[in-house]
Design a protein around this ligand. Structure first.
Ligand SMILES: Nc1ncnc2c1ncn2[C@@H]1O[C@H](COP(=O)(O)OP(=O)(O)OP(=O)(O)O)[C@@H](O)[C@H]1O
Length: 287
């Protein structure tokens, strides 16, 4: 699934100058795409997340799991430069939130979430293509054949090549999810953030999307990926790392195989769970 249009040898993106205090503070790999240090987000006196630290490198594919209200979307919104931390620091693609141009930073990120308002009256191809201008509907922007070709290639990559001319509003939930991911990839992002892309899908659509995400994750040219989900069954087999959250805090994080354990899941979801794996896929049930 290599449909990226960059010839750049690295996706690490521009870094802050070496004299920057933020950069000096890091002492970490050049490939770091997300660095969250003791981040707390507070609203009305409540902690949505509390003192979360997390680092993601360029070649890593992360899944964030946890029960409702655990703080997964809040953390993803920090990584997507859609929120600022109340305390702590967040660096995304070498840019520190609060000291950088957020609009510019967002152009380097691919982000999908159910909350994204996409126009029902645009064609699926336009929904994908308009991402290159950072808008959701066609107006007076100019697109060339390359833009159209890339949008169509991404629709093919996601298995919906035949839907390019269909109005977005007429697509099924599963078809929309795929168009949303194609849109998120349109700008050839350095970081892809997916908030519950499998929510609301039937079994066949879910399995198809998990397989496609697994293929995308295997592509060495693909961006760093962070996927939020509630279900271990939805972890694409080629993902590499996991974080488990509960009550706004991290229960466990690290390599997928070390993190997705019955004990850690039981702690995160607050009930005793049994865990099994078949062909690299996880399955959890009450113990
Ligand atoms: N703007 C806000 N003001 C107050 N509380 C908020 C706000 N946004 C989120 N919360 C609360 O913060 C907590 C974490 O929310 P978040 O959406 O990050 O959790 P989540 O793990 O993504 O949940 P879900 O799996 O249900 O989507 C929840 O208890 C939520 O009600």
């Amino acid at each position: 699934m290599a449909a990226h249009n960059t010839s750049s040898p690295t996706r690490a993106g521009p870094r802050q100058p070496s004299i920057s205090p933020a950069w000096l503070d890091w002492h970490v790999s050049d490939d770091l795409v997300i660095a969250v240090e003791h981040a707390t987000v507070t609203r009305n006196g409540n902690h949505l997340i509390h003192s979360v630290s997390w680092q993601v490198e360029l070649d890593e594919r992360w899944v964030i799991l946890g029960p409702n209200g655990a703080g997964k979307t809040t953390l993803l919104n920090l990584a997507g430069a859609r929120l600022h931390p109340t305390r702590g620091t967040v660096d995304v693609l070498g840019e520190r939130l609060g000291r950088t141009n957020i609009a510019e930073l967002r152009t380097r990120l691919g982000f999908t979430s159910n909350g994204l308002p996409l126009p029902a009256e645009e064609t699926a191809r336009n929904v994908v293509m308009t991402a290159s201008w950072g808008v959701v509907g066609r107006y007076r922007e100019r697109y060339d054949r390359l833009d159209e070709g890339r949008a169509q290639a991404l629709l093919s990559q996601l298995g919906v090549a035949n839907l390019g001319d269909r109005l977005y509003g007429t697509l099924s939930e599963g078809e929309r999810k795929r168009v949303q991911i194609a849109r998120a990839l349109m700008t050839d992002p350095e970081l892809l953030l997916l908030d519950e892309p499998t929510a609301g899908l039937d079994l066949g659509a879910r399995e198809d999307l998990v397989r496609r995400l697994s293929e995308l994750a295997e592509d060495p040219d693909a961006p760093a990926i962070v996927l939020v989900t509630h279900h271990v069954e939805e972890i694409p087999p080629s993902f590499t790392h996991a974080m488990l959250m509960r009550d706004g805090a991290v229960v466990a994080q690290g390599l997928l195989r070390d993190t997705i354990t019955a004990d850690n899941l039981s702690t995160a979801f607050g009930l005793p769970l049994k865990l099994s794996t078949i062909d690299g896929r996880f399955h959890a049930q009450a113990a």
